[in-house]
Design a protein around this ligand. Structure first.
Ligand SMILES: Cc1ncc(C[n+]2csc(CCOP(=O)(O)OP(=O)(O)O)c2C)c(N)n1
Length: 646
C-alpha cells in the first residue's frame, strides 16, 4: 500500500466492513484504499487455496460501486457463473476466517450460494444463467408491485451462451426495469471467441463512438448539475448518439446502452450506476475491466489465472507437481487425441470454451485446423459435432460431465436418435471437490444409461482411457467416456492403443465369496477394499473392472451372480440410476436374487470441500465406512444362510 513517509500506517478498512452499510460513508480515498486491501486479501487467500483470482481482481471497483449505489439484499445482484463473487462476499459479512477457508470444508463456497447468505439471491456455477434469472426476478417484482432493483452482472463470454441471448431477446417484453452489467475483459477462460466478442471489441475501441460520448459528457459537465439537466443530458446524449453513430446491438434489443465505462474508475462507475438506477427502460452498462488487475502474473497469463491452484503470491509461480508425478487424465486425453488426429484428418476436437481444462489446447497447438472452440455453447457444440458427423467426420466433444447436462436434448435428439458417431469425453466425472455441487460430475451415468444407441464407459487408468478413445472412434454410433479430475495412476501408456471388446468387463482378481464390480477410478479403491476385507477374515474377495456401463457385461455378471453370494458395486456417481442400478436391473431381468451392496454417492447434492478424501468421509464413503458396510452385509447374509440351513 502507498504510504506517505513519516505518517503512521492507516488502520485497515476491510476488517471494519461487516456489510454493505459499512462502505456507504467512505470517502473516495478510503474506497480506493479498501479496493487495495481487497486485492491483497484475494491474493492471500487464493494463493493458498486456489480459486478464481483473475476474474475477481478485475471486478473489485465494480463490486464496490454496486454496493455503494444499491442496497443489497433488498436490491439483487445476480452474478453470471458467480465465480467473480469473492469481492461481493467480502463486502457482505463473509470475510475473515470464513473467507480464509474459501473452497475448503466449512469455508465460503467459490460461487454465490443461496444457503450461504441473504446477499446471494441466485446461486450459479454454470455460465450464462444470470440474465434469464435476473429477468425472472425483475418480472416477479413487477407483478408484485415492489420496487427493488435487479442487476445482472455478466461477463463478455456470457454472451457466447445461447441462454443469455434468449433472455436478451425477452428483456423488453418482460420488464421496464433491469440493469445489466456487461463486464468486458475480452477473456472467457481462454481468449473469448466468436462474432459477438469481436463486435464488443469494436464497440469498446471505436474511436467515433467513444470520442462522441466523451465530448457530449464534457459539454454537459459545463452546466450546473441538476436532476432536470441530467435528464435532458441523457435524453440528448441518447438521441444524438443514436442519430450520429449506429446504435449498439443492445439498443436493437431495446436496452439503453451506456458506456464503455472504465471499470477501474470508481467515479465513472458510480455515475453510470446512479444513472441506470433512475432509468425507466432496461439498461446495459458496458464496463471494461482488466482480468487479474493487481497481480502482474495474472495480467500476463489470464488463462492460467482464471482459476488457479495455489501459487506464490509474489511471483505467481504455481506449485510444481513432484518429479515423476503421473500425468493428468486431460493431458493424456489431449495427447492421444492429437496423435490420432494427426493421422486421421476426419478426427476433430470440439470444446465449449475449455481448451486448457479439457486438454484440447494440445490439439489446437498440434493440428489447429481440426480444433474448434465454439464458446460457452455446449448445446451448439454437440449439434455442431452431429452436423460434422453426418459428413463423415469423427468429432470428439470434450465437455466436462457437469456441463454436458446442458446439452442433453442434443445428445438424445440430434446425436443418439440419428446414431451419429460422436465421441464425448467427459472430464471431471466424479467430484470436483473445491468447486462443489455445481461442478461435481455425478449424474452422467444416470442421464446417459437410458439413451438408446449410447455406449458408456469409464477407464480404470489413463492407458485404458486411450484405449477407450481409440475404441470409441471406431463405434458406429455415439460413445461416452467419463473420467475424473486430476492425475492418473502413472501407468505406462502403450505405444499402440487396443480396441476394447465393447460390453466386456475385465476380471482383475478372482474371489469366491464377494465379487466387487468397480467402475473407473473406483477400481483402485476396490482392490484396496478387497485386501482390507480379506485381512483377518476368512473370506475371498474378487474385483472386476466393469469398463462398460452400457452395454453391461451381463454374461460375466450373471456367471458371478450364479456362484458368488455377495456382489458389491462401486462407482463415483450417485446411486440413483447409476452403475449399481444397471447391475440390479440386469440381475432382476434374469430373475436372479443375488445380494448386491451398492457403493456410490447418496441422493443429495454433495457440498464443496477440501479434498475428495474429506468429502468421501463426510458422506460415509471413507475406506473404513466401505469395509464396515460390506462386512456387515456379508455377516447378515451368512447368518441368513446359516438360519436357512437350520
Ligand atoms: C455451462 C458452462 N460451461 C463452461 C463453464 C466454465 N467456465 C467458467 S467461467 C468461464 C468463462 C467466463 O468468462 P466471462 O463470463 O467472460 O467471465 P470472466 O471470467 O472473464 O470474468 C467458463 C467457460 C461454465 N462455468 N459453465
Amino acid at each position: 500500500m502507498n504510504e506517505v513517509p513519516g505518517t503512521p500506517p492507516a488502520t485497515p478498512l476491510l476488517p471494519t466492513v461487516h456489510g454493505p452499510a459499512d462502505i456507504k460513508g467512505l470517502s473516495a480515498a478510503e474506497l480506493a484504499r479498501l479496493a487495495q486491501e481487497i486485492r491483497e486479501e484475494l491474493i492471500t487467500v487464493t494463493s493458498a487455496n486456489g480459486g478464481h483470482i483473475g476474474p475477481n481482481l478485475g471486478v473489485v471497483e465494480l463490486t464496490l460501486a454496486l454496493h455503494r449505489v444499491f442496497d443489497s439484499p433488498k436490491d439483487h445482484f445476480v452474478f453470471d457463473v458467480a465465480h467473480q463473487g469473492y469481492v461481493h462476499k467480502l463486502l457482505t459479512g463473509r470475510g475473515g476466517e470464513f473467507f480464509r477457508k474459501l473452497r475448503q470444508t466449512g469455508g465460503a463456497s467459490g460461487f454465490l450460494y443461496r444457503p450461504e447468505s441473504a446477499h446471494d439471491p441466485f446461486g450459479a456455477g454454470h455460465a450464462g444463467t444470470a440474465l434469464s434469472a435476473a429477468l425472472g426476478m425483475a418480472t416477479a417484482r413487477d407483478l408484485r408491485g415492489t420496487d427493488e432493483h435487479v442487476v445482472a452482472v455478466c461477463g463478455d463470454a456470457a454472451f457466447t451462451c445461447g441462454i443469455t441471448l434468449e433472455a436478451l431477446n425477452n428483456v423488453v417484453s418482460a420488464t421496464k426495469r433491469l440493469i445489466v452489467i456487461l463486464n468486458d475483459n475480452e477473456w472467457s477462460i481462454a481468449k473469448n471467441v466468436g462474432a459477438i466478442s469481436r463486435y464488443l471489441n469494436r464497440l469498446s475501441t471505436s474511436r467515433t463512438y467513444n470520442k462522441l460520448h466523451h465530448n457530449i459528457e464534457e459539454f454537459f459537465k459545463s452546466f450546473p448539475v441538476g436532476a432536470e439537466m441530467n435528464r435532458v443530458y441523457h435524453k440528448w446524449k441518447r438521441e444524438t448518439k443514436d442519430f450520429i453513430v449506429e446504435s449498439s446491438l443492445f439498443e436493437k434489443f431495446g436496452l439503453r446502452y451506456l458506456g464503455p465505462v472504465d471499470g477501474h474508475n470508481l467515479d465513472a462507475l458510480l455515475k453510470n450506476l446512479e444513472f441506470a438506477k433512475h432509468c425507466d427502460v432496461p439498461v446495459l452498462i458496458h464496463v471494461l475491466t482488466k482480468k487479474g488487475k493487481g497481480l502482474e502474473a495474472a495480467i500476463e497469463h489470464p488463462e492460467k489465472f482464471h482459476g488457479s491452484g495455489p501459487f506464490d503470491p509474489i511471483t505467481g509461480e504455481s506449485k510444481k507437481p513432484a518429479a515423476g508425478a503421473p500425468p493428468n487424465y486431460q493431458e493424456v486425453f489431449g495427447q492421444a487425441l492429437t496423435r490420432f488426429a494427426k493421422v486421421d484428418p476426419n478426427i476433430v476436437g470440439i470444446t465449449g470454451a475449455m481448451p486448457s481444462g479439457t486438454g484440447l489446447s494440445l490439439l489446437a497447438a498440434g493440428v489447429p485446423q481440426q480444433f474448434f472452440d465454439v464458446g460457452i455453447a455446449e448445446e451448439h457444440a454437440v449439434l455442431f459435432a452431429a452436423g460434422m458427423a453426418t459428413k463423415g467426420f469423427r468429432p470428439v466433444c470434450a465437455i466436462y460431465s457437469t456441463f454436458l447436462q446442458r446439452a442433453y436434448d442434443q445428445v438424445i435428439h440430434d446425436v443418439a436418435l440419428q446414431n451419429l458417431p460422436v465421441t464425448f469425453c467427459m472430464d471431471r466425472a466424479g467430484l470436483s471437490p473445491n468447486d462443489g455441487p455445481t461442478h461435481h460430475g455425478l449424474f452422467d451415468l444416470a442421464y446417459l444409461r437410458c439413451v438408446p444407441n449410447a455406449t458408456v464407459m469409464q477407464p480404470k487408468d489413463e492407458d485404458e482411457l486411450v484405449d477407450m478413445l481409440h475404441t470409441s472412434l471406431q463405434l458406429p454410433g455415439p460413445g461416452f467416456i467419463r473420467y475424473p479430475r486430476g492425475a492418473g495412476l502413472g501407468v505406462r501408456i502403450k505405444e499402440q492403443p487396443m480396441a476394447l471388446p465393447v460390453g466386456h468387463a475385465e476380471v482383475l482378481r478372482e474371489g469366491s465369496n464377494i465379487m466387487i464390480w468397480a467402475l473407473g477410478n473406483m477400481v483402485q479403491d476396490a482392490l484396496k477394499l478387497a485386501d482390507r476385507l480379506e485381512a483377518g477374515e476368512n473370506i475371498s474377495v474378487g474385483v472386476v473392472n466393469a469398463r462398460f456401463v452400457k452395454p453391461l457385461d451381463r454374461t460375466l455378471l450373471l456367471s458371478h451372480a450364479a456362484c458368488i453370494p455377495l456382489l458389491v458395486t462401486m462407482e463415483d456417481h450417485v446411486l440413483a440410476g447409476g452403475f449399481g442400478s444397471a447391475v440390479l436391473e440386469a440381475l432382476q431381468d434374469a430373475d436372479c436374487a443375488t445380494a448386491v451392496e451398492r457403493i456410490g454417492w447418496p441422493d443429495k447434492f454433495v457440498d464443496h470441500g477440501t479434498s475428495v478424501e474429506v468429502l468421501r468421509a463426510a458422506y460415509g464413503l471413507a475406506p473404513d465406512d466401505m469395509r464396515r458396510r460390506v462386512l456387515a452385509r456379508w455377516r447378515n447374509l451368512s447368518a441368513e444362510r446359516v438360519a436357512a440351513d437350520v
